[in-house]
Write a protein that binds this ligand. Structure first.
Ligand code: M6R
Length: 607
């Protein structure tokens, strides 16, 4: 959803640093990119449609020298991807350059007022109004940039993380924030700001998360933060992140998606160890036990992790929380009250739909449990309790390692709820928790076993345009996630639904060779049902694939891959890595870059 970054130094050329940092934000959007520098007192703006590499090459950006710059990678919301609509945007006099992530909802009204005053707009974007408003305040009314920002945040409506350069203050990058994420990094030599932590990790691990309504500037070795015209002490808010540069590089893999699939054993191990020492797991379980209604929400993959959690809650805690897609929150929030708990799942912690769901539930007095991978992100900040996954930064647009770590956290909470409800003894709880400790090994074995078979399967399937992915109970939830992965990176239309549903309509589409992937999960009594669903498909000529566990030994399919013992708690760890690999291989065989799926961005911060 657009990435912004700014770096200023007193005596270093920041141009190569800025290019590197922007590249690390490319997962947020990549339809156009741009830079603004101050060189010899003048603003230099370079931008175009296309990937960052294209813009860097086109303008030979790396040949420039500047100690201050801001940059942007775009995911278009207002105005099609084009050179004119690419950021940075400037005022009429070419003294102010602005990059922005978010949507200014009252920009049409503001634009009309500015045009009446004689401002000339070059782009179709909402962002450009910010440059012209600041021109009015700073150049027209003679306010300082800080005074101008104070006024700006009062009139802007919508969501924004804004960074800006003003040619007359060549050592300061100004910023303002509402809803869209913005972080600052503490450094003795640089001034640093960005939409996300990975782009700054090379320069500092000390992070300050900017809060809504705050504004200020960074300069070499210093941060100045304001809210409502008063300075804010940001020092107590420093978070030290333990991600390393290696975590955010491809480490020899051709794509982040593959790297992140392969590092799942480590992500699960770190998450498991973290949970064991995290009292928030038990606090979350207590909150659930004390409440009368429990909802689970998330978007995309996080929603699928939430659905999977409902299965485990039903099995081990005798409770069925209601899972809903976070953009549909309105309907469910009406049912919330003070004895309601909402479990909000978001790897980024910034997805606007999930954040808004949290806010709707909070208004009704509900308690919020957040599951997130990003410390200090918006959803954890608004939650009563947060349990963090420890997957490390996920750069690939397709969520992989965060999904399985979310399931691991949710299973832990479910087991604790079951225990607190008196459904089993402490030693049984310990055994369950111990069992979950096998998740990293399960993924490792599954990846080793699956890899050559998945390559063959991908060869068979990569020219298809449609497929079904079917399962029952837990398998139906895993199927949804597999279909999302395949759709978003390979652009094959993969449709998931519970296997028993075929005969109620979807089987009408099946013809000779139509690919139908079945997910073979426990419990054992559904094996026969899945077997007959496969038969039904085969007898209509479908090409049937079965990816599952050992209890499916006797079941026939055209292509079969069994990946581990028939254990319902470990099933996601044996089965999902193979399906993630399949999505990845299909994308690559079809000639697509799985790290940059068209029309998508990693974190969706607009509604
Ligand atoms: O950061 P979040 O977990 O809140 O993101 C939610 C979805 O946007 C995300 O899972 C999306 O569906 C991914 N592209 C799935 O691979």
């Amino acid at each position: 959803m657009c990435g912004i970054v700014g770096i200023v130094s007193s005596n270093t050329n920041v141009v190569p640093l800025l290019v590197r940092s922007l590249k690390r934000l490319e997962y947020r959007g990549y339809d156009s990119a741009g830079f603004a520098f101050i060189i010899e007192g003048k603003l230099v703006v370079l931008k175009d449609k296309g990937y960052i590499d294209h813009v860097v090459k086109k303008y030979n950006v790396l040949s420039l020298y500047s100690n201050i710059g801001i940059a942007h990678t775009r995911w278009a919301t207002h105005g099609q991807p084009s050179k004119i609509n690419a950021h940075p945007h400037t005022d009429c006099k070419g003294l102010i350059a602005v990059v922005h992530n978010g949507i200014i909802s009252n920009y049409l009204e503001l634009k009309r007022q500015l045009e009446e005053k004689g401002h000339v707009f070059k782009s179709e974007t909402d962002t450009e109004v910010i440059a012209h408003i600041l021109e009015e305040y700073i150049i027209g009314e003679g306010l300082t940039p800080l005074q101008a920002l104070h006024k700006l945040v009062k009139i802007l409506k919508g969501t924004y993380a804004v960074a800006l350069l003003y040619a007359n203050t060549p050592n300061r990058i100004y910023f303002a924030k509402n809803v869209s994420p913005l972080i600052l990094a503490v450094s003795p030599t640089y001034g640093l700001l960005s939409s996300d932590i990975p782009s700054l990790i090379e320069y500092s691990r000390k992070i300050v998360v900017v809060e809504d309504g705050e504004y200020g500037f960074v300069e070499p070795g210093n941060i100045v933060l304001y809210k409502d015209g008063r300075p804010v002490n940001w020092r107590p808010r420093i978070h030290v992140v333990n991600w390393s540069v290696a975590d955010i590089e491809k480490a020899g893999y051709p794509h982040f998606m593959l790297k992140e699939i392969m590092e799942q054993p480590r992500a699960l191990y770190d998450t498991y160890s973290g949970i064991l020492a995290d009292e928030n797991v038990v606090r979350a379980a207590k909150l659930i036990v004390e409440s009368s209604k429990v909802f689970v929400t998330g978007a995309g993959t996080s929603y699928h992790a939430g659905l999977t959690a409902t299965y485990y809650f039903a099995r081990v805690a005798n409770q069925l929380p209601h899972a809903f897609i976070s953009s549909e929150a309105e309907l469910y929030a009406d049912l919330a009250s003070e004895d309601t708990v909402l479990i909000a799942i978001s790897q980024s912690g910034e997805t606007i739909d999930t954040l808004k769901a949290v806010r709707l539930f909070k208004k009704r007095g509900a308690k919020i449990i957040a599951i997130s991978n990003v410390i200090g992100s918006a959803i954890p900040r608004e939650a009563d309790i947060t349990v963090y996954t420890r997957a490390g930064p996920e750069i690939g647009v397709a969520a992989t390692k965060t999904y399985l770590t979310q399931i691991l956290v949710l299973q832990h909470i479910a087991f604790h709820v079951g225990f607190l409800r008196g459904l089993y003894s402490e030693s049984e709880l310990k055994n369950y928790i111990k069992l979950l400790g096998q998740a990293p090994k399960a993924v490792e074995q599954s990846l080793q076993r699956a890899s050559p078979h998945i390559n063959r399967l991908a060869m068979r399937l990569h020219r298809e345009e449609h497929m079904y992915i079917l399962g029952r109970l837990l398998g139906a939830f895993l199927a949804l996630e597999a279909a999302l992965k395949i759709k978003e990176v390979s652009y094959i239309h993969a449709e998931a639904y519970p296997a028993g549903e075929s005969k109620h309509g979807p089987i009408a589409l099946v013809h000779q060779g139509f690919p139908t992937i079945f997910i073979g999960t426990p419990p054992a009594h559904i094996v026969e049902k899945i077997a007959s669903n496969i038969e039904e498909m085969m007898s209509r000529g479908a090409f049937t694939v079965l990816i599952g566990l050992s209890c499916y030994e006797d079941v026939k399919a055209n292509f079969k891959l069994l990946l581990g013992p028939c254990d319902e708690y470990l099933a996601p760890y044996y089965i999902m890595p193979a399906l993630q690999l399949l999505a990845y291989r299909l994308a690559v065989l079809r000639g697509y870059d799985p790290d940059k799926p068209r029309n998508l961005a990693k974190t969706v911060t607009v509604e």
